[in-house]
Design a protein around this ligand. Sequence first.
Ligand code: GLP
Length: 256
Amino acid sequence: MTIHSGILRLQVLDDEMAVGKAAAAMIALQVRRKPTSVLLLPTGRTPLTMYNHLSALVRIGRLNLQYVRTFILDEFYGLLPSHPNSYRSYMQRVLFDHVSVPLENIYILNSVATVPQIECARYETAIAECGGVDLAVLGIGANGSIGFNEPGSHFTNRTRLVTFQKETRTANSFLFQSDTEAVPTTAMTVGLATILAARRVLLLATDITKAEALEAALYGPVTPDVPASVLRWHPDVTVLADCTAASAPAIYTRFP
Ligand code: GLP
């Protein structure tokens, strides 16, 4: 079922598998239309099935990622790129080990840059030099975050270093044997203004833990308290949610 709210399209699908498949299909469509597309890509648990489907499309010869330029949305600061929990390692495992994207077309924030501010500025320049983001794919945090833009993030922010709130370190502790103290205290993230400048946005939400955040993002006030709510200012957003993520009242009651 698709609900149009202004220019934001919400598609509610049965489960996580269906969301992953639909997301991969949207990326494939984008890349077939423009083989040199600039993609902003997310990490986390939500996009795992999307990356599986994307890899499958490449494997069976229905998609070629040779010419795309990929920018990863965020990265822990201070973890070695080779650390298994760095987002560089994550992307390697879930996508780049399975599809052929030339190394020079893979952009990831350098987690050990001496001056993170310079690294963030370099990333913004690289995005601009590639012609801007064609499609930004995002997950949503249970606190309404996108990337590591946490509640309170200004809508005008570009790529920058952020300090985690306690909840974010707890939320990411599953990556570090449930040891919250082992989670880095800072990260670099593409900013909300950078995301808003993308030509198209695809937001993915799966699992009941995202229901409240998705409801607030789509139907609450547009506010820095819920960073994902800023997407309502964007002219071309598709939201793919599974039934559980779309189960909060403000969304659910819009079903016929
Ligand atoms: C972190 C990541 C985001 C991700 C979010 C949700 O904040 N930096 O990019 O979208 O978590 O993660 P998950 O998909 O694991 O729920």
